[in-house]
Design a protein around this ligand. Sequence first.
Ligand code: FES
Length: 149
Amino acid sequence: MSSPGDQGVCFVGTREAVVQAGRVVRRVHGRDVLVLHHQGALYALDLHCYHSGGPLQEGDIEEFGGRLCIVCPWHKYKITLAEGEGLYQAVNPLVKPLRPVWCSKGVKQRVHQVTEVNGDIFIRLDDSAGAVESDHYQTEEYRAKLVQP
Ligand code: FES
């Protein structure tokens, strides 16, 4: 169910169904999107990890540096749920004792807007200009590779 004239908006399900499922995968206008519910909040982001296309629907959710992230099951990259930023740990060698801190690589995973209308959940695709690394894995060419042995 999409609103006429609003090509980037797609019905995901009732709030009850999405909360019960926890994670829902949808293809929205040719884009694979993961919608997930965690601690009362809903998030939507590109399904395939920006690093190498890993299946984020199988990732654990953990907090790093006070930010909720999904951890890709393939190589354990951390991606913030709300912004799609890639996080990494760094130390300043000039500051002793050495203490790792979480830093951002910037937005790597495209995130999408989730809205609720009368108990129904919709997502609006982010169509902002400029490439985001996760865009690379939203092609038919990549999907064809996924199903090959
Ligand atoms: Fe996700 Fe490598 S594919 S961390």
